[in-house]
Design a protein around this ligand. Structure first.
Ligand code: PMP
Length: 383
C-alpha cells in the first residue's frame, strides 16, 4: 500500500467512527455565521468579549491608520530586524498591568506553549502537568528533554505526593496547568497551587490563561488577577487570539526568564515576528480591557444560565465558566445534536477524539458577551 492509499484508509476509518474533520465553509457577519446558506448565531467562537464582532472598535482603530504606519509584516525574526518599537510598547503595557518585572510577546499561544518549556527545562527537570492541559503544552513537553508526569485532572493531593516524592531528585520541578480548561471549562485552584509550590524552593509554576485573559479579574487580566497571585506564578502565559480579538501571546515573568527565553526559545528565535499592525491592534484592545467589566459580568451571567439549564436537563456539567460542554459520549450522537442545533439557527460544533478522550464527545459551547439570555433560553429548547 502506498502512502496516499494508506492515508485514504485511515480517513475512511475516521469517517466510519464519525470522527472525520472538515474545514467549515463560513461567512462571518458580526456575531453570526452563514454556512450552507443558513445564518446562525455563533456559539463556537473564542471571541469571548464580543470584540472581534464589534465594528465600532475596528473603525476607531482604523482612524489612526495610514499607508506609513500600516505595516502588514515584520519581515524578520525579532532577533534580527523584526523588533519594531510597538512590540516593546505592548510588553511595557503588559508588565505595568500585571505588575510583573517584564513581559514577552510571542506569535501565538501555540508558539508560547511549544517554546517555553523546552527552552527552560533540561534532563534535570521534572514537569508535572495536569492530565487535561492543551495539545500545545503537551507538544512543548514532548520537545523538551525533561522527564514528565501527568497528574490526574485538578488532583492536588496526587500532585503533592509527586512533589514530595521527587523534589530532591531534580534540579527543578515545573507544575503546569491551565487556569480555565479549554474543553471542560472548569478551573484550577491557583491559590492552592501557589501554596504547594511555595513549600519547595525548586518548584516553579506555569499557568496558561488562554481562556481567562480578558474574561476574569477586575481588569480582565485573568484568574491570577482574580485570585491575587500574579506574582507567585513564574510563567504566566496567555493568548491574544481569544478574548482580546487579535493574534499572538504573552508571558509575564521576571527579567531573567525573559532574557533566557530570548536566548533559548526556538519558537521566538526562528520565526518571523507578528506584523507590527497586528501588535498595534493588540495594544489598542489591551488598553481597553480594564473598562470592559460589564461584558465580563454579562458573560459570567449567561454562562451560569446555560450551565444551570443543562444541569436541569440531567446533564453533568463540569464547567464553572463561559466554556460549557454538553457531554454526549458517542461521536455519532454528538454530530447529530450539533446538526439539530444548526438547523435551528445555533452554530454549535462537536468536539471529538482525539481532541477529547474516547467516549466523551461533546458539543462545546463557547459563549461570547454579545449573546443574550433569551438566545440561550431559546437554544436550550432543542437539547
Ligand atoms: N492554550 C490553550 C489552553 C488553548 O486552548 C489554545 C487554543 N485553543 C492555545 C493555548 C493556543 O493559543 P493560540 O490560538 O493563540 O495559538
Amino acid at each position: 500500500m502506498n502512502t496516499t492509499e494508506y492515508m485514504q484508509q485511515e480517513l475512511q476509518t475516521l469517517k466510519e467512527h464519525s470522527n472525520l474533520r472538515l474545514l467549515p465553509q463560513l461567512t462571518h457577519e458580526g456575531r453570526t455565521v452563514v454556512a450552507d446558506g443558513r445564518r446562525m448565531l455563533n456559539l463556537s467562537s473564542n471571541d469571548y468579549l464580543g470584540l472581534a464582532a464589534d465594528r465600532r472598535l475596528r473603525e476607531e482603530f482604523l482612524q489612526n491608520l495610514t499607508p506609513d504606519n500600516f505595516l502588514p509584516t515584520s519581515s524578520s525574526s525579532r532577533l534580527l530586524t523584526g523588533n519594531f518599537g510597538i512590540y516593546e510598547e505592548l510588553e511595557t503595557e503588559l508588565a505595568t498591568l500585571f505588575g510583573t518585572e517584564t513581559a514577552l510577546v510571542l506569535n501565538s499561544g501555540y508558539h508560547a506553549n511549544m517554546g517555553i518549556l523546552p527552552a527552560v527545562s533540561d534532563a534535570q527537570t521534572l514537569i508535572l502537568a495536569d492530565k487535561l492541559v492543551h495539545a500545545s503544552i503537551i507538544d512543548g513537553i514532548r520537545l523538551s528533554t525533561a522527564r514528565y508526569i501527568r497528574f490526574r485532572h485538578n488532583d492536588l493531593a496526587q500532585l503533592e505526593r509527586l512533589l514530595e516524592q521527587h523534589h530532591t531528585t531534580y534540579r527543578q520541578l515545573i507544575i503546569v496547568t491551565e487556569s480555565i480548561f479549554s474543553m471542560d471549562g472548569d478551573q484550577a485552584d491557583l491559590t492552592a497551587l501557589v501554596r504547594l509550590k511555595k513549600k519547595y524552593p525548586n518548584v516553579l509554576l506555569y499557568v496558561d490563561e488562554a481562556h481567562a485573559f480578558g474574561v476574569k479579574g477586575a481588569r480582565g487580566l485573568g484568574c491570577a488577577e482574580e485570585t491575587g497571585c500574579i506574582r507567585d506564578i513564574d510563567f504566566l502565559v496567555g493568548t491574544f487570539g481569544k478574548a482580546a480579538a487579535s493574534a499572538g501571546a504573552y508571558i509575564a515573568c521576571c527579567h531573567t526568564i525573559r532574557e533566557y527565553l530570548v536566548n533559548r526559545m526556538r519558537t521566538l528565535i526562528f520565526t518571523t515576528a507578528l506584523p507590527p499592525t497586528s501588535i498595534a491592534w493588540t495594544l489598542f484592545i489591551v488598553r481597553k480591557l480594564a473598562g470592559m467589566q460589564d461584558r465580563r459580568e454579562h458573560l459570567a451571567r449567561i454562562g451560569r444560565t446555560l450551565r444551570e439549564a443543562l444541569q436541569a436537563k440531567g446533564y453533568g456539567c463540569p464547567s464553572a465558566s463561559h466554556i460549557v460542554p454538553l457531554i454526549i459520549g458517542p461521536s455519532a450522537d454528538t454530530v447529530l445534536c450539533a446538526e439539530l442545533l444548526q438547523r435551528h439557527g445555533f452554530y454549535a460544533l462537536p468536539v471529538r477524539p482525539p481532541t477529547v478522550s474516547e467516549g466523551t464527545s461533546r458539543i462545546r459551547f463557547s459563549l461570547t458577551a454579545d449573546i443574550t439570555e433569551q438566545e440561550i433560553e431559546e437554544m436550550i429548547k432543542y437539547i
